[in-house]
Design a protein around this ligand. Structure first.
Ligand code: A2P
Length: 285
């Protein structure tokens, strides 16, 4: 079974979810979710930016699984800032997903204006429209700035994390502050990633599992929530089978040692990129 991780507000999040970033073909989205739900996943991570909320909603509806048993996350894109604007964008996401509440809603990036947007998330949370609220790609400076001006602490921070970009300092800061570390691109996003690193391959052979399973298991043992993306049924199933074996302390340390400080995504401190990102709405289909 997939473990549930407690959040600071008393709700829980399944430790493994399916990511659907860069999956824009509605049929591909629906197939991936269908396979994931059949494999026991109950947690789906989407975002307005991914432009697939409608297909995610259809897949959920077609599954017949009770809403109560599902955990659905979406995210506010950078082109929307401000209290009313954020509330409207949230409602648009709900409508596209065909849902009447979200389990988790995140501010996607720390683009300027996130404090006003956060106030909208706080009120939506108090109204029960979102069961837990959080941020994504926020580093310590953004979190401190946000928390010094608002009432409710983010319950989750979803950040790029993989063996070549381990986020050791931010991980410790989140842990100290009771903010759940959630990892995007846990496998390193499929480019020059750790799947083919000799250490990861050796550990995979020793445990008779795949390199992807070693990496995902490493995340799990760091108490992260993970949302590996795949559109292949056998990989979706493989990525779920990471709860019946364990890495020992030496093995965990050997992976800690291959950290290379190498991102695959944007740098949250890159103000120019953040400013530019507020001017477009997401990839075109
Ligand atoms: P695909 O969707 O074609 O299966 P991340 O979640 O770190 O961003 O990684 C996603 C990338 O890793 C995608 O390119 C995905 O490809 C690939 N991937 C997902 N699961 C596995 C797996 N078990 N083995 C190898 N590659 C995988």
């Amino acid at each position: 079974d997939i473990p549930q991780v407690p959040l600071a507000n008393g709700t829980t999040i399944p430790q493994l979810g399916l990511g659907v970033f860069q999956v824009t073909d509605p049929n591909e989205v629906k197939d991936a979710i269908k396979w994931a739900l059949a494999a026991g996943y109950r947690h789906i991570d989407t975002a307005t930016y991914y432009q697939n909320e409608e297909a995610v909603g259809e897949a959920i509806k077609e599954s017949g699984i009770s809403r109560h048993d599902l955990f659905v996350t979406s995210k506010l894109w950078n082109n929307v800032r401000g209290y009313e604007e954020t509330k409207q964008a949230f409602q648009t996401s709900l409508d596209k997903l065909g849902l009447d509440y979200l389990n988790l809603y995140l501010i996607h990036w720390p683009a300027d204006g996130y404090v006003e947007s956060w106030k909208a998330l706080e009120d939506l949370y108090k109204d029960g429209k979102i069961k837990a609220i959080g941020v994504s790609n926020f580093e310590q400076n953004h979190l401190e700035n946000l928390m010094s001006q608002t009432e409710i602490k983010p319950m989750v921070d979803q950040i790029e994390t993989h063996p070549f970009f381990q986020q050791k300092e931010l991980h410790a800061y989140l842990e100290k502050n009771g903010i759940q570390h959630e990892s995007w691109s846990p496998l390193g996003g499929g480019r020059n990633n750790a799947l083919s690193h000799p250490l990861i391959k050796r550990l995979a052979e020793n445990h008779d599992v795949t390199p992807a399973q070693i990496i995902l298991r490493w995340h799990v043992q760091r108490d992260e929530v993970i949302i590996p993306k795949s559109v292949h049924q056998e990989r979706i199933e493989q990525n779920r089978d990471i709860f019946a074996f364990g890495l020992d302390e030496d093995e965990m340390q050997s992976i800690a040692d291959i950290d290379a400080g190498k991102r695959v995504g944007a740098d949250p401190q890159d103000k120019e990129w953040l400013a530019k990102s507020t001017t477009y709405g997401g990839p075109k289909k």
